[in-house]
Write a protein of this length. Structure first.
Length: 380
């Protein structure tokens, strides 16, 4: 099988690998995740054609220097191993562009990590760093940085030196307030701040004029921060679990917003502003204590995905069959007893979820919905 280019040996109860594997001279991707290797098999360092190597959950405590012989390796996954410290060999792997180190029991990162000068993606999530390692600010080639659940309380100003960084994830850290450096990171297009114990966002965040994705879910905001409607480049906004009761009239200023997630907030009624957000393509209203939906929602003529699961609707809101652009409709756990024939007007609907409702029989309308490709009736 010398022509093999990809080999997946995930969860095969392996303890080692045979030397003969080095005969696969065209192999560029090797996945040996979820095996009880304990130490890295010697043959791997001899597989010089490898460009991608997956070693997650292999009970590894270190990596040998011989791994630097893989001079074409650009992607390395060593997540979920008890490394404790970063193996010295990683800094010598000059071709690396993507490095995954989450759940490796790391407390810091060595200065030598800046040596792989082509590294653009670094994932060190779920390590007890406490403070941001100084070396990260020196890794000028980074475009994606994942620091979620790293026991961080702030971020240093030096992080603004990462002028090519477009994705930053600092979710589930006890920040309390937004670190002052974040608004200075002008290249950011994607920012994840879930569960950071935030109560507000500063006006300076509007300086991120290229930001298109903002996730501030799982923060006790109470009200929508005034800065958000000023962030005119936003296309995706996540606000679930933010203790919101309404949304301000200024939100339609986000004229490019296509995805709005406000699930699990105590809205009670649909905020009047939502039907005015004409650019919306996806609207997530899961668990918002809604009992109906207003007719004005039909104004969202570009909406293709509507999630209203987990609300006590009891009957299908009359507006839904009028939303002719819908392709995906989620009505899970809405206390529905039936579905009206008018639902067949959704001629483009391909996904319908009516699971966990109180439907006693299959609604007659469903066989009439000829465009359906996916139907979830579990526990109807």
């Amino acid at each position: 099988m010398e022509s093999l280019t990809k080999l997946h040996l995930h969860s095969c109860d392996l303890h080692t690998l045979p030397e003969s594997l080095s005969q696969l001279t065209h192999l560029h991707t090797l996945v040996v995740s979820h095996n009880k290797l304990g130490t890295l098999p010697e043959v791997i360092s001899k597989m010089e054609s490898l460009t991608e190597l997956h070693l997650q959950f292999c009970d590894l405590h270190t990596l040998p220097d011989s791994l630097s012989q893989l001079t074409h390796l650009h992607t390395l996954y060593v997540s979920h191993n008890k490394l404790g410290t970063l193996p010295e060999v990683i800094s010598k792997m000059k071709s690396l562009t993507e490095l995954h180190l989450q759940f490796c029991n790391l407390h810091t990162l060595p200065d030598s990590l800046s040596q792989p000068t082509h590294l653009h993606t670094l994932v060190v999530s779920h390590n007890k760093l406490g403070t941001l390692p100084e070396v990260i600010s020196k890794m000028e080639s980074l475009t994606k940085l994942y620091l979620d659940s790293c026991d961080l309380h702030t971020l240093p100003d030096s992080l603004s030196q990462l002028t090519h960084l477009h994705t930053l994830d600092v979710s589930h850290n006890k920040l309390g307030t937004l670190p002052e450096v974040i608004p200075k990171m002008k290249s950011l297009t994607e920012l994840h701040l879930q569960g950071c114990d935030l109560h507000a966002l500063p006006d300076s965040l509007s300086q991120l004029t290229h930001l298109h994705t903002l996730d501030v879910s799982w923060n006790k905001l109470g009200t929508l921060p005034e800065v958000i409607p000023k962030m005119e480049s936003l296309t995706e906004l996540h606000l679930q679990f933010c203790d919101l009761h309404t949304l301000p009239d200024s939100l339609p200023q986000l004229t490019h917003l296509h995805t709005l997630v406000v699930s699990v907030n105590k809205l009670g009624t649909l905020p009047e502003v939502i039907p005015k957000m004409e650019s919306l393509a996806e609207l997530h209203l899961y668990g918002c204590d809604l009992h109906t939906l207003p007719d004005s929602l039909s104004q969202l003529t570009h909406l293709h995905t509507l999630v209203v699961s987990g609300n006590k609707l009891e009957t299908l809101p009359e507006v839904i069959p009028k939303m002719e652009s819908l392709t995906e409709l989620h009505l899970c756990g809405c206390h529905l007893h039936t579905l009206p024939d008018s639902l067949s007007q959704l001629a483009h609907l391909h996904t319908l979820d009516v699971s966990a409702n109180k439907l006693e029989t299959l609604p007659e309308v469903i066989p009439k919905m000829e465009s359906l490709a996916e139907l979830n009736l579990h526990d109807w």
